[in-house]
Design a protein around this ligand. Structure first.
Ligand SMILES: C[S@@+](CC[C@H](N)C(=O)[O-])C[C@H]1O[C@@H](n2cnc3c(N)ncnc32)[C@H](O)[C@@H]1O
Length: 215
């Protein structure tokens, strides 16, 4: 059944083996602005060389190059995902680039169990909207962040304004081919937990970057 953990695992395991199909889907989601928006989300964390950063629901590792650039070889990236297939693809990418500072962990983000105050930054791109229990995941990230550290979330939602007429098409395209739950209000939950989410919208509201800071 859609929006359940098992349904998501099956779908994302398949994408882990079909990187080109996943890349084509990503192009559609970002309408060609993928690299620019991923870069913007990484910059929003304000991380620096030597920092430790979490890539929550890392998928096949599309953020790794940007994160490596930000934290350097002296920093550390924790790559967490539920899908074994996606993690395998992320490991292959890591080996191909000879990155040695990425620690992989498999599990449900709602049960993420990192030590408190460990992270200098956390990133989640297209992940929270695909999780059955995004509220618990956000709470877990908040605990693992150091005071003052930021959580950058880049995610998808339905179109606003005139482009709303395309929302049925959007649902049709992505509800059965991903675990995207368009009913979630992620900025609202981020605000409940952090109290200070700053939201920027792109592509007629269908993409947003929300940045929250632990205080
Ligand atoms: C659309 S993909 C995004 C992957 C990657 N962050 C990106 O930007 O390309 C959604 C990812 O969320 C992961 N995911 C879904 N539910 C999860 C959960 N409960 N815990 C951890 N990861 C989860 C999936 O396995 C998948 O890799």
């Amino acid at each position: 059944m859609r929006w359940k953990l098992g349904f998501g695992a099956r779908i994302y395991n398949w994408y882990g083996k079909h990187a080109l199909v996943y890349a084509a889907g990503s192009w559609l989601v970002f309408l060609g602005k993928e690299q620019k928006l991923r870069q913007r989300a990484v910059e929003a964390m304000g991380i620096k060389k030597g920092d430790t950063v979490l890539d929550l629901a890392c998928g096949n590792g599309k953020n790794f190059a940007l994160l490596e650039n930000a934290v350097g070889a002296e920093g550390q990236i924790i790559a967490f995902d539920y899908s074994v297939g996606m993690l395998d693809a992320a490991r292959s990418r890591t080996n191909a680039h000879n990155w040695h500072n990425i620690e992989f962990a498999q599990g449900d983000a709602a049960k993420l169990n990192l030590p408190a105050n460990r992270l200098d930054g956390a990133l989640c791109t297209l992940g929270l909207s695909a999780m059955p229990d995004h509220e618990s995941a956000i709470l877990r990230v908040a605990t693992a962040l150091k005071d003052g550290a930021r959580f950058a979330v880049l995610d998808a939602k339905k179109f606003d304004g005139f482009w709303r007429i395309f929302n049925p098409l959007l649902r049709f395209l992505f509800v059965y081919t991903t675990n995207w739950d368009y009913r979630k209000n992620i900025p609202l939950t981020l605000n409940k937990v952090f109290g200070n989410a700053r939201i920027d919208s792109f592509n007629s509201g269908s993409i947003f970057i929300a940045v929250s800071q632990k205080s």
